[in-house]
Each structure stands twice: as structure tokens, then as C-alpha cells.
Design a protein. Structure first.
Length: 100
């Protein structure tokens, strides 16, 4: 969902004939957040696959899926509108750093 609204906002702000700018800005806007979200999958996998099942009866909360507020309480559309201009400016100036 976040990808879809970010892409839609980027395409709207780029205007007709500048789809390439919109796609490059979209990638710049989304990269770090998607990377961080994927890393939470790795930590969840490690928690579940390396669990000490003999001790889980005494503390079953250890296997509970973490609900990260930075991940769940995020308005991707508002964020896209907020940082789009900076993302495009960075691309035009050769700045490769993702927009946060």
C-alpha cells in the first residue's frame, strides 16, 4: 500500500512527460524505509527459528510478533508529498543519498 500511494503521489507531482523523474524519486523516497522493514523480517525469523522452545511455556511473550510503531503508524502519502521536491532536487544535483 505504501508503495502504491507513494508512486501515485510521485506521478502526480512530476506532471505529464516526466514519468522517469517520478520513478527515480519514488525509488529514492522508498528505499531506506523498505530496507528497514525487510530487516524486521530477518529479526522475526531469527527470533522464531532460534527460539528455546523448552523455556517458552514460562515466557510465551518472547515469540509474540513485534508491532513497530514506526512501521504501522506511517502516512506514506503525506511523506511522499513532504519529501518529493527534495528527492527530485537531489537527483538533479547528483545526490545519491535516499530521502528519509
Amino acid at each position: 500500500m505504501e508503495d502504491g500511494v507513494t508512486l501515485a503521489a510521485s506521478l502526480q507531482m512530476s506532471g505529464r512527460g516526466k514519468c522517469a523523474d517520478a520513478l527515480r524519486a519514488y525509488e529514492k523516497i522508498r528505499y531506506e524505509r523498505v530496507r528497514a522493514a525487510q530487516k524486521t523480517g530477518e529479526s522475526t525469523r531469527d527470533t522464531w527459528h532460534k527460539a528455546d522452545f523448552s523455556n517458552l511455556k514460562s515466557n510465551p511473550e518472547k515469540l509474540k510478533l513485534k508491532r513497530e510503531s514506526w512501521l504501522l503508524n506511517f502516512d506514506a502519502e503525506a511523506h511522499a508529498y513532504e519529501v518529493y521536491a527534495d528527492a527530485v532536487a537531489g537527483l538533479r544535483n547528483g545526490v545519491e543519498k535516499p530521502v528519509l
